[in-house]
Design a protein around this ligand. Structure first.
Ligand SMILES: Nc1nc2c(c(=O)[nH]1)N[C@H]1C(S)=C(S)[C@@H](COP(=O)(O)O)O[C@H]1N2
Ligand SMILES: [Mo]
Length: 366
């Protein structure tokens, strides 16, 4: 077992803060990601919080501010369970860095995404108990982990619009895949915001503040913004670029591995695909001739998993002998598909790379 109860073959990009993703093949074929395989993204120290000492404060533009213990949170509100995929906005950054360097950022592969069954209270129920004031616009979350990566150093935080917070699917979760939430994933309680970038799913949450404007926390106001390709991130301010929330349609190939040599015969190609917010995943196409022709892949479990889970997919292709490229692209229910190449979506901080998924392989003659 590796650090933080993760599998031994976890790809640890940084030991501190702990930033790790599984080898891509480890995600293959599993609708729910096992806890030892789930990626982990941290900006500061992993918190060890005694559940008996933990308190959640709900304040700001509410009629009745609340302070809840874990026992109160669990007993006062209906317990809800849903399956949701979390995807870091930096997923697939390594492919962007091949286009142009992205200094100072973790060069994540395609497995900075995982899916779990989460159990907790609905944020909407907790906010309803507190009572929203009429000018409530955004719901801000603050954690306890102070990040030295922020300027100035501060606890991790984020916010979401009230409309999303009240939609029901946002959870204050204490269980993951039927087990108590592990420390590395935010114990005793984390926020889970299905359909948004992972950065909004604040771990070790201790304060929920209802306010007129988005959070001014460093990670909401300055980081996790999609800057134009010609902007210098060191000089960018809170008005530059786009704040990231809903994720765009994306897909990656999990098998075969990139740079793999394959035996002669048909090749099984598999992967995942996601569509953000309330869009569904419509189709995944695979090409072995650079995108001139495409064949449809078979999609894995859909409706049983609910609207917030990824779709696994697979198909079998015939590859000519020698070096080749396998490409995949997903379509969502708004008939949007992925851009062709990483250069088209390159941005200075390397966020939300949703260009066509590609692996380069060599097929043995035979
Ligand atoms: N308190 C806190 N919450 C956090 C973070 C963090 O560093 N501190 N990282 C965020 C980011 S960027 C992502 S992608 C997800 C990762 O969740 P995981 O580590 O459970 O996979 O947590 C989010 N919540
Ligand atoms: Mo992230």
């Amino acid at each position: 077992m590796g650090e933080w109860d993760k599998r031994d073959d976890m790809i640890v990009h940084q030991a501190y803060p702990y930033n790790a993703e599984p080898p891509r093949a480890a995600l293959d074929g599993l609708p729910l990601t096992p806890l030892d395989t789930f990626y982990s993204r941290n900006h500061g120290p992993i918190q060890q919080i005694d559940p008996d000492d933990w308190r959640l404060t709900v304040d700001g533009l509410v009629e009745h501010p609340l302070v809840l213990s874990l026992t109160e949170l669990r007993s006062r509100f209906e317990e809800r369970t849903l399956v949701a995929t979390l995807q870091c906005a930096g997923n697939r950054r390594a492919e962007l860095a091949e286009v142009r360097p992205i200094p100072g950022q973790v060069l994540w592969g395609p497995a900075t995404i995982s899916t779990a069954q989460w159990t907790g209270a609905s944020l909407a129920d907790v906010l309803a108990a507190a009572g929203l004031q009429p000018d409530a616009g955004h719901v801000a979350f603050t954690a306890t982990d102070v990040s030295q990566l922020a300027d100035p150093p501060q606890p991790f935080g984020a916010s979401i619009p009230v409309s999303k917070a009240m939609a029901g699917e946002v959870l204050l979760a204490w269980e993951m895949n039927g087990a108590p939430l592990p420390a590395v994933h935010g114990a005793p309680v984390r926020v889970v915001v299905p359909g948004y970038i992972g950065a909004r799913s604040v771990k070790w949450v201790e304060r929920i503040t209802v306010q007129e404007h988005p959070s001014d926390n460093y990670f909401q106001a300055l980081d996790y913004r999609l800057l134009a390709a010609d902007v210098d991130p060191a000089k960018a301010g809170p008005d530059d670029g786009l704040s990231l929330s809903v994720v765009a349609v994306n897909a990656a190939i999990l098998c075969p591995e990139d740079r793999q040599t394959l035996p002669a015969g048909p090749v099984r190609v598999s992967g995942y695909a996601v569509a953000g917010e309330d869009r569904g995943l419509a189709r995944v196409d695979v090409s072995v001739d650079g995108g001139r022709s495409w064949q449809q892949a078979d999609l894995g479990p859909g409706t049983e998993m609910g609207p917030w889970a990824w779709r696994l997919w697979q198909t079998t292709v015939d590859l000519p002998p020698g070096p080749g490229e396998i490409i995949a692209r997903a379509w969502d229910t708004s008939a949007t598909t992925q851009p062709e190449c990483a250069a088209h979506v390159w941005n200075p901080q390397g966020y939300v790379n949703n260009s066509w998924a590609r692996v380069h392989v060599t097929r043995r003659p035979g």
